[in-house]
Design a protein around this ligand. Structure first.
Ligand code: GLN
Length: 272
């Protein structure tokens, strides 16, 4: 198998050594397994400090997790020049990505940490993130949002037959304020981007930014499959149909949590 083999999916895991504080590794495992169960070969490339721009150029699907401010600063000193350009070009070209909490903060225009200097981001997403300071309350707890970003929301609704709700767990101090970019969804429970405007995450080209750990993708397999299909279609240039998997164990877990929060798996019962 090789990176150019259409049956091989190359997942690029951004800075796993520095940005694995919040269990987002589960997203990588989920994507890997769901692709393998359907007969695809998967290569997971760890894009750590020693990775090169050439490594970034081979990635079919990017995954980035959360981190603390200190680690985010180290990453941003590294993610410059050819690596940053290659990541931006790949996203711009339509390569999908799932970026959670600390990583999207670095892909917006800037992040202002709790202490210290503003960190310039890559500007892939049109948003800014500001941490109000070390004494400010963190946004911690379950988060549920209705996916609204297009075409993602409609495509997932068509696949699953329900209005897609995303379930996760947020834990952030930074508050994100969107510019000219679609939110990923509308908050039904929790804080989302900033606890004020009801938006959660962002969606640009085929890249997902979200505050939802959980990890996100095992709790929301429809999003995982949307990412896999997008990656395979981008790679092969052809429409891809994924074989359905048995997700019988996920649904009761989702329903139990939604019920606890006073929600259901349809949009019609929307309340907070
Ligand atoms: N969960 C995270 O990735 C945290 C990101 C960032 N350091 C914040 O507190 O906002």
């Amino acid at each position: 198998m090789s990176a150019s083999d259409p049956q091989t999916l190359t997942i690029g895991w951004l800075y796993p050594t520095l940005m694995s504080t919040y269990g987002d590794r589960g997203n990588v495992i989920c994507l890997q397994r769901r692709a393998q169960w359907r007969g695809f070969d998967v290569r997971v490339v760890r894009l750590d400090l020693d990775a090169s721009a050439d490594d970034f150029a081979l990635i079919d699907l990017f995954v980035g997790g959360g981190a603390q401010d200190r680690q985010q600063e180290i990453v941003m000193r590294d993610l410059r020049g050819a690596k940053a350009d290659t990541l931006s070009d790949r996203i711009e070209a339509g390569v999908p990505g799932s970026f959670t909490c600390g990583s999207p903060q670095l892909l917006g225009h800037y992040y202002e940490p709790a202490l210290g200097q503003r960190i310039a981001g890559l500007g892939i997403f049109d948003f800014v993130t500001k941490h109000p300071g070390p004494d400010a309350a963190r946004c911690i707890g379950n988060v549920v949002y209705e996916l609204t970003a297009q075409p993602l929301a409609t495509e997932i609704a068509t696949d699953t037959g329900t209005t897609p709700l995303a379930i996760g767990f947020e834990n952030h101090g930074g508050r994100t304020y969107l510019g000219d970019v679609q939110p990923l969804g509308q908050v039904l429970y929790g804080n989302g981007n900033n606890g004020k405007d009801g938006t959660e995450g962002a969606f640009y080209r085929r890249a997902i930014a979200t505050y939802a750990h959980g990890p996100l993708l095992p709790k929301n397999p429809a999003i995982a499959d949307w990412l896999l299909r997008a990656a395979l279609e981008q790679k092969t240039g052809k429409p891809v149909t994924l074989i359905p998997l048995d997700d019988a164990l996920v649904q009761p877990a989702r329903s139990a949590l939604l019920q606890r929060l006073g929600l259901q798996e349809t949009a019609s019962s929307r309340h907070k």
